[in-house]
Design a protein around this ligand. Structure first.
Ligand SMILES: Cc1cc2nc3c(=O)[nH]c(=O)nc-3n(C[C@H](O)[C@H](O)[C@H](O)COP(=O)(O)OP(=O)(O)OC[C@H]3O[C@@H](n4cnc5c(N)ncnc54)[C@H](O)[C@@H]3O)c2cc1C
Length: 349
């Protein structure tokens, strides 16, 4: 292990440690990771455990500043750049498992994203420790861990007590940790980046890259944290409907989403899928176009505050969940909404 920036103690290995995984793009943490570290640093976690941000990739100076501004004081990174050929979840699994193995008592906290869910499960399997997915709140006293999360399609909430020296949790977007001190602290004088040698370069990967297709990232908020989500299903009748859907989501400052059928048909990216086997949203407003309201889909949006459903079939299941319902052709309503928003935009110029 090499130490940087005057770091003289191996603070993350002794006592109770919370390792918060930071996903990043081009050196900058994702919004969900920033939300996670801010909540962890400001909450009871900071009172009972030393909180460390962990990143598989080097962050830019701007990325460091973002973490510091959210009360984070320590960042752990591998001592070598990860090879571009390494399968991302393999790298994370190797790095996080290695860190956890060195800790006396620790929880690994990951965002409940596609990457976080995969890595969380694999780390727990590798270490033989418990994993609790999609948690809404976490309280860690150093010895005891209590988490709560939605279950049965978010109809019920369960509270779990975990008793293990090492545990992995993934955290839903907009989750909260019981706070000890309310505000996020900025620590000007404490900022340490520690390079940790865990033999990442020699990590065996059984997965070999053939080709990587990077899905274009929308500039807006992520599905998990967006206040407005505009979702589409088979009733949008094809990719053109989804192009309109993306336009409306962008104009409303929201995120586009979809049913599994629409993703499987290739009408929109797979990462848009909301539901049991997709992502969970927690929006103030979810506008669903041409979605039937199957329980598998509704499991991912049960925690939205307001659901607006547009469906041509007045007996569609989704109307049983909706606060507002429109019985009409989905694409016509979508286009009309875009027209109205553009009218407002023009009036405001
Ligand atoms: C284990 C498992 C996991 C699953 N996980 C997920 C998941 O994570 N997310 C998910 O979404 N699904 C999931 N599914 C699939 C799920 O059960 C449904 O099949 C899926 O959600 C249906 O998608 P849909 O509503 O787009 O399509 P459909 O069920 O075909 O419904 C289309 C709707 O569009 C309406 N419609 C048709 N034409 C128009 C029009 N012109 N204008 C307006 N409305 C129109 C119809 O009335 C209908 O209600 C899962 C299934 C299984 C078995």
């Amino acid at each position: 292990m090499r130490e940087m920036s005057g770091f003289s103690e191996r603070r993350w290995t002794s006592g109770a440690t919370a390792l918060v995984a930071i996903e990043s793009r081009e050196g900058v943490p994702t919004s969900q990771s920033l939300e996670l570290i801010a909540t962890a640093a400001a909450s009871g976690l900071a009172g009972h455990a030393a909180v460390f941000a962990v990143s598989l990739h080097r962050l830019s100076d701007a990325g460091h500043d973002m973490l510091r501004a959210r009360g984070c004081t320590h960042l752990l990174v591998p001592d070598q750049e990860v090879s571009p050929g390494m399968h991302e979840p393999d790298g994370w699994t190797h790095f996080l498992s290695g860190l956890l193995t060195h800790c006396e008592r620790a929880i690994a906290v990951l965002p409940h994203t596609l990457l976080g869910s995969e890595v969380g499960a694999r780390v727990a399997f590798r270490l033989g420790c418990p994993v609790v997915m999609n948690c809404e709140s976490v309280a860690f006293s150093g010895h005891d861990l209590t988490v709560s999360r939605a279950c049965f399609g978010a109809r019920l909430k369960e509270r779990l007590h975990v008793n293990s020296p090492r545990t992995v949790v993934t955290i839903a977007g907009k989750a909260s940790f019981p706070a000890e001190s309310g505000d996020v602290r900025e620590c000007d004088d404490h900022w340490m980046v520690e390079e940790v040698e865990l033999g990442l370069a020699n990590a065996n990967s059984m997965i070999e890259f053939i080709r990587r297709e990077v899905e274009s990232q929308s500039a807006g908020p992520s599905l998990e944290t967006a206040n407005i989500v505009v979702g589409g299903g088979r009733g949008l009748e094809g990719p053109l409907g989804f192009a309109d859907l993306a336009t409306l989501a962008e104009k409303l400052g929201g995120a586009p989403g979809a049913s599994r059928v629409a993703c499987d048909l290739g009408w929109c990216p797979k990462s848009w899928q909301i539901g049991l086997s997709g992502r969970s949203i927690r929006a103030d407003w979810y506008i669903a176009f041409g979605i039937s309201g199957a329980s598998h889909h509704m499991a991912g949006c049960a925690r939205t505050s307001n659901l607006v459903a547009v469906n041509s079939d007045r007996s569609a299941e989704i109307f049983r969940h909706a606060n507002y319902g429109v019985v009409a052709d989905a694409r016509s309503v979508l286009r009309e909404l875009i027209r109205l928003v553009e009218e407002v935009e023009r009036a405001e110029q």
